[in-house]
Design a protein around this ligand. Structure first.
Ligand code: ZN
Length: 119
């Protein structure tokens, strides 16, 4: 998986995100795998309007880049098992980045400026 550029893709109606939503008992969900953000029950347009949510997921993209794809996934699952979702250090770091709008400038999100995209 190529993680060496700063392009981020978005996938709507994702089965993976749906499974995450069920697991965490959330109505809507964004799940980041490598440099693709998977969405469930939220449109790309709506997601992109929430800059704190976008920054949170971009922080996960950055974590993948920093650690490597498989190492991130392994650590994420191990931390989740040990600390739970909320206290997972990777989640804490992502929550702390929700106001870090520098992330928005750093990454180019597929479709970010396309206001006509529909769910
Ligand atoms: Zn997160």
């Amino acid at each position: 998986m190529a993680l060496d550029n700063n392009k981020v893709a978005i996938r709507e109606n994702s089965l993976l995100a749906r499974l995450g939503a069920i697991r965490l008992r959330e109505k809507r969900m964004a799940l980041t795998f490598g440099s693709t953000i998977h969405l469930y029950n939220v449109s790309k347009e709506k997601f992109l309007h929430s800059s704190s949510w976008v920054c949170h997921e971009l922080k996960h993209v950055e974590q993948y880049k920093r650690m490597g794809f498989w190492k991130f996934l392994w650590k994420y699952l191990a931390y989740s098992a040990k600390y739970g979702y909320h206290n997972n250090p990777l989640e804490i770091e992502a929550r702390e980045a929700e106001c870090d709008t520098g992330l928005l400038a750093k990454y180019s999100i597929d479709g970010r400026t396309n206001e006509t995209t529909t769910a």
